[in-house]
Design a protein. Structure first.
Length: 199
């Protein structure tokens, strides 16, 4: 058995290929996916592996956001209150507009990361940090808004939006949260800018 394990190394995120892994199952709020911690010695994979994984997770989060948005729009168009669709209420339409904004922001950043992985590996660290930061935030906000827009049924097992919320929470944790990636972006930008010497 061979496993790839991601984690924090001496110089940041690294991905290690473990030949004889020991795994320990981890329980999570998302029962649709299995999680485990991996123990064992291995060789670090090539530079950029962690960034590519962040890009892949960000792409999954974009899909979650899009599905949550689609489900929400369908619901608020059909659900009526006071004889009109609830989507016609300003507070609901503003929430949906914000969901769209966050979804598209994460999508654009993720496309940039995918492009950089293929066409410009020198920009991959920056692109992956942007995608991870945008996706971590969008996943949490969009899926939470989907639950809110579904009203009381959004909190029940009858609505599938709770699965999207749970997956988005775990993906945000796998990404390490937006704050960490925004800090990495700041470090990358600071390293690129030459500070003139004071005379």
């Amino acid at each position: 058995m061979v496993a790839a394990a991601a984690g924090q190394g001496e110089f940041g995120d690294e991905v290690v290929l473990v030949e004889q892994p020991e795994t320990e199952t981890v329980s999570s709020i998302d029962s649709t996916r299995r999680f485990a911690t991996v123990h064992g010695d291995g060789q670090p994979l090539a530079s950029g592996a962690a960034e590519r994984i962040h890009g892949a997770i960000a792409a999954e989060v974009v899909g979650l956001c899009q599905r949550a948005l689609d489900m929400t729009l369908e619901y608020v168009k059909d659900r009526k209150q006071f004889g009109v669709p609830v989507g016609s209420f300003q507070s609901v339409s503003h929430r949906c507009a914000q969901m769209l904004l966050q979804t598209e922001s994460a999508r654009s950043a993720t496309y940039f990361a995918a492009w950089a992985a293929d066409a410009d590996p020198d920009r991959l660290a920056e692109a992956a940090a942007m995608a991870a930061a945008a996706a971590a935030e969008a996943g949490r906000e969009v899926t939470a808004s989907a639950i809110q827009a579904h009203g009381g049924i959004g909190f029940t097992w009858e609505a599938d939006v709770h699965w999207l919320y749970k997956r988005a929470q775990l993906d945000a944790a796998l990404l390490g949260g937006g704050r960490r990636h925004r800090a990495a972006l700041a470090r990358l930008a600071a390293a690129r800018v030459a500070v003139p010497a004071l005379s």
